[in-house]
Design a protein around this ligand. Structure first.
Ligand code: NDP
Length: 262
């Protein structure tokens, strides 16, 4: 039986095991997928091999560590500096990033979106911002602290911290932070969101399976909104395709993952 896992901290909440295990059953692949809570990202590679894995997904806060752990990177992962999927081939670790394609698919349901504000400047924002820009969206980043914004500045994105923001006009507001995942925090001060939400057309929280304080507030402003379930499914299907070397019908995989999520 081939072994796969998701590394993260926290990782308790992850739905990836039920999605992938359900897809393994659906296509008749002899695999098992489980969770590994990892505190120290520098131990990722050792843990991957110690657990006898063939592939892994990586969630927060270790996507940059997974990038460092990769022996080979595909072009997109190289460009964004973050890896969410590792695959073992001939003793080497290959790093991919499937988050951003999944996210792009999930925002298609909202109309008339041009100006996108990403809250957060972590691994997922890093991967998603360039793809959104390439697809023609006008992307700005708002982050709690300034240091993670440097990379976005060098790529030509408009960036703000809570203290420097002076523009409140965006069509789509996206929570790409972990605020609300295991706490009741908003990703930005409420008085700031109170200025941003009235001008927006939609809001997405990429955290999935719960109504976060961010989504609750968006609803108070009567904004169309969505959680991160669709993104989760789409990134999972692409990761599965890498894990199983492009052998299976991805419609079957997607259906099995969707069913597993209920
Ligand atoms: P990272 O650890 O790389 O980045 C975290 C970001 O969140 C940083 O910008 C950090 O700001 C910010 N942040 C954390 N806590 C707070 C807070 N209390 N208030 C304001 N900002 C905060 O995380 P990832 O990019 O890997 O993941 C972000 C979220 O996206 C997670 O909740 C993850 O579960 C979710 N996710 C969902 C996916 C899906 O398929 N639906 C796929 C990928 C991720 P600072 O720089 O100031 O520390």
């Amino acid at each position: 039986m081939k072994k796969f896992a998701i590394f993260g901290n926290p990782v308790k909440h992850s739905k990836s095991p039920i999605m992938h295990n359900s897809a393994f059953r659906a296509v008749g692949f002899d695999g098992e997928y489980f969770k590994i809570e990892l505190e120290d990202g520098t131990k990722l590679k050792d843990e991957f091999f110690a657990n006898g894995l063939i592939g892994a997904n990586i969630t927060l806060p270790h996507k940059e560590a997974a990038y460092e752990a990769s022996d080979y990177l595909d072009d997109f992962a190289k460009k964004v500096g973050a890896v969410n999927t590792l695959v073992l081939k001939d003793g080497k670790l290959y790093g991919y990033n499937t988050d951003a394609p999944g996210f792009i698919k999930s925002i298609k349901k909202f109309d008339n979106i041009k100006r996108v504000l990403l809250l957060g400047a972590g691994g997922t924002a890093k991967a998603t911002a360039p793809i959104l820009k390439e697809a023609g969206y006008d992307v700005s980043i708002l982050n709690r602290s300034a240091n993670r914004l440097e990379q976005f500045n060098s790529l030509g994105f408009k960036t703000y911290t809570f203290d420097t923001i002076n523009n409140y006009n965006f069509d789509l507001i996206v929570n790409m932070t972990s605020a609300g995942l295991n706490d009741s925090n908003l990703p930005a001060p409420k008085e700031l969101l109170d200025k941003i939400f009235p001008n927006a057309k939609a809001a997405i929280d990429i955290i999935y399976g719960k109504e976060t304080p961010f989504l609750k507030l968006a609803k108070e402003f009567n904004l169309p909104s969505a959680d991160g379930s669709e993104m989760l499914i789409q990134q999972g299907v692409l990761a599965f395709d890498y894990f199983t070397n492009h052998k299976y019908d991805l419609n079957i995989v997607e259906e099995a993952m969707r069913e597993a999520l209920g």
